[in-house]
Design a protein around this ligand. Structure first.
Ligand SMILES: O=C(O)CCC(=O)C(=O)O
Length: 296
């Protein structure tokens, strides 16, 4: 390729770690750390772990596995905050941006959240995203889940800065809400990372579709990290961690076993798609704002 053709390229190597999660928290933390080390050794610069990487995905288990997250680095205590400590160490030792999947977080009042910590290559906490939209669904004969039985919802739109681009974060069910991803695009994101754990009912129907929809709607990259499917678990994760381009192409994906999904993304591609199809300049909020929602 010529130098001119390379001029607009801004490359970022992503790795989505599809790790196996079981009932042993210490083992879960160790396998997450090992996956981060392996991804970094292959050159990944931004790595994500899956939703709920330290605990089984079950409402009655969230309070059992929940940990407090210290308010500052000086309060970090590896005994009391083992998951935060592992994430900080893993990002620092491998010098990577680490989207720390999620784990159940307990606040000072005892409320529990499904929380993602983002750590810089220097080991600083860059962002804390508490899942905004709780996964409460009932598909008869398929899947019934009610996170709100034990979890509280977050109330923030989460973006962090890297030298590559601004990156948005959402957790699993958050991906179903087009408005959320749109706000991330409006904040300047060219990549959204979604730790998630879809299941064998909604996964085959919607997982890839939603990622591609959010990517095309907002002309940005979407990257997802799921737990591997654990045959011993009551909740059967769909797996299929993936990386999607702003054009809606699946750049990399996998099945449901433990794996790491890699892609080197060219952030210039988001600019190109936005220039070619300039929807953000053509948007007609003046028209949409005149329509009153019908009662239904
Ligand atoms: O939206 C779905 O179908 C799955 C969502 C989910 O598993 C989650 O939010 O953890």
């Amino acid at each position: 390729m010529s130098v001119a053709a390379d001029a607009g390229k801004k490359l970022l190597k992503l790795a989505m770690c599809q790790v196996m999660v079981g009932t042993d928290k210490v083992a879960n933390l160790a396998s997450a750390r090992k996956a981060v080390q392996e991804a970094a050794s292959k050159g990944a610069q931004l790595i994500s772990l899956p939703e709920c990487f330290n605990s089984p995905y079950a409402t009655d288990q969230f309070p059992v596995y929940a940990e407090e997250i210290p308010a500052s680095a000086s309060e970090l205590d590896a005994e009391k905050h083992p998951s935060t400590a592992m994430l900080v160490e893993a990002a620092k030792e491998s010098k990577v941006f680490l989207v720390g999947g999620s784990f159940p977080e307990k606040d000072a009042e005892g409320k529990v959240y499904n929380t993602c910590l983002v750590i810089s290559p220097e080991g600083e906490v860059l962002a804390k995203h508490r899942k905004v939209h709780l996964f409460d669904i009932d598909v008869p004969g398929g899947v019934t889940f009610k996170e709100s039985d034990t979890l509280s919802a977050g109330d923030q739109v989460t973006v962090f800065d890297t030298p590559y681009c601004k990156v948005g974060v959402g957790i699993c069910y958050d991906i179903r809400f087009a408005e959320y991803a749109m706000l991330l695009r409006q904040q300047g994101c060219k990549l959204i990372v979604w730790p998630g754990a879809f299941n064998t009912t909604t996964g085959p129907a919607h997982w890839e579709l939603l990622q591609r929809a959010r990517a095309v709607d907002n002309q940005l990259f979407c990257a997802t990290a799921s737990p591997a499917r654990n045959p011993d678990s009551k909740y059967q994760a769909w797996g299929h961690s993936s990386i999607i381009s702003p054009w809606g192409e699946v750049l990399a994906t996998t099945e449901h076993d433990a794996d790491i999904v890699y892609a080197e993304i060219d952030l210039g591609r988001a600019d190109e798609v936005r220039t070619n199809i300039p929807i953000s300049k053509q948007v007609r909020t003046d028209v949409y704002s005149q329509v009153k929602p019908a009662a239904n």
